[in-house]
Design a protein around this ligand. Structure first.
Ligand SMILES: [Zn+2]
Length: 378
């Protein structure tokens, strides 16, 4: 018992009728085997088709020893004829993506002799691994030639050569097969063993875009998109780019240049701002003599600004900087004395936290200036 694979003979079968051969309860719902199916089962890097069998949804499709099992939500009656429909929009996009990948892999094979050693198609990207290194220029050339092959609208078709015929053919294949090999031809461009559905002419692939390429296991891992997924990606990028052009008042070919310019300007402003805040901290700095030594006060200072204030006190004493929210940042320093017992007592008295080394502690307290002074005069 083998399921007749309608998707192998006509990839454009989106609805069909079939007879239910078996239906068994299964942890995924119900396992249904039909005499024929257009549902492509998961395999070779491509996910299973979704769709419906009668009025139940198909959640997964798997193939084992030529038998294709559909996993459905509800049971079907053995012997019944059911009308089935596959989720055509998703399937067609996968056909575009898959045929686009053949074209790119075929061009790389014919130009550089590299093999395709990995393939995976997710909902968002197609990943392919080839067996040798490629430069950015080489990849740009492949991309351009792949798109030209789309405009040439070459025929794409499947054949089933005999083992004798196969020996005379130079075709791409991940496996050493000789029995019942299905060869997918892209006229003038590629010959590859594959069981998945493809579009009939390269024109249907639409836009082909290589997104990225990184060295991977001595070869190259390429991410790419074809067809509607490539168009959707273009729309997403175009919307983002148009918004950046508006925000930056930049022409479309200078967005990155303008972002770099603004980024550099921002870094310079941040450095200026930190320096000015430290200068302001020094300008605001006042000190008071207390029973526990000099205590300095400032506001809005960062660590560097507070260190400058401490230096102005000869490196000995306490510096408090007002955060403007009822809390103060502090540093306590002494060359001779261990400041940790004082820090601990202050944290307890003034709702603070922090600590550090014997001659240098830092942290924050939640208190009024009067309360800080009262603690140091206690
Ligand atoms: Zn294929």
């Amino acid at each position: 018992m083998m399921t007749v694979k309608l998707y192998e003979t006509d990839a454009y079968t989106r609805a069909f009728e079939a007879t239910v051969l078996t239906c068994e309860e299964h942890k995924k719902g119900f396992a249904v085997v039909l005499d024929r199916t257009a549902f492509f089962p998961a395999g070779g890097g491509q996910a299973a088709d979704g769709g419906t069998l009668g009025d139940t949804a198909v959640r997964d499709v798997q193939i084992k020893e030529g038998i294709i099992t559909h996993y459905t939500d509800r049971p079907l009656t053995v012997g019944d004829t059911v009308t089935a429909a596959i989720d055509w929009n998703t399937r067609y996009e996968r056909m575009q993506q898959h045929t686009g990948e053949h074209l790119v892999s075929g061009l790389i094979h014919r130009t550089f002799g590299y093999d395709n050693v990995g393939f995976h198609m997710s909902d968002t990207v197609v990943t392919l691994d080839v067996s040798g290194p490629l430069t950015a220029e080489e990849l740009a050339d492949i991309e351009l030639r792949a798109n030209r092959a789309v405009y040439e609208n070459k025929a794409v078709f499947a054949t089933y050569p005999t083992p004798e015929e196969l020996e005379t053919l130079d075709y791409r294949s991940k496996l050493e097969l000789s029995h019942g090999v299905r060869l997918v031809t892209i006229e003038d461009y590629d010959l590859c063993a594959c069981c998945a559905p493809h579009v009939k002419h390269t024109g249907e692939i639409g836009l082909i875009k290589l997104l990225s390429a990184v060295p991977y296991k001595g070869g190259t891992r390429i991410e790419m998109l074809s067809g509607l997924p490539a168009l959707r990606d273009y729309i997403t990028l175009h919307d983002a780019s148009r918004e950046m052009m508006r925000l930056l008042s930049a022409p479309r070919d200078k967005v990155a240049e303008f972002v770099t310019r603004d980024h550099d300007a921002m870094s310079a402003l941040k450095a200026d701002n930190a320096r000015l805040l430290d200068e302001l901290a020094m300008a605001r700095f006042t000190t008071e003599a207390t029973a526990k030594g000099s205590v300095g006060f400032t506001a809005g200072a960062g660590f560097d600004g507070m260190k400058q204030c401490l230096d102005a006190m000869g490196g000995e004493g306490a510096v408090f900087s007002d955060n403007g929210d009822g809390t103060w940042r502090y540093i306590l320093a002494s060359e001779q004395e261990d400041r940790r017992p004082l820090t601990k007592a202050m944290n307890e008295a003034l709702g603070g936290k922090g600590g550090g080394k014997p001659n240098f502690t830092q942290g924050s307290v939640t208190a009024a200036k009067d309360e800080i002074l009262a603690f140091f005069n206690r």
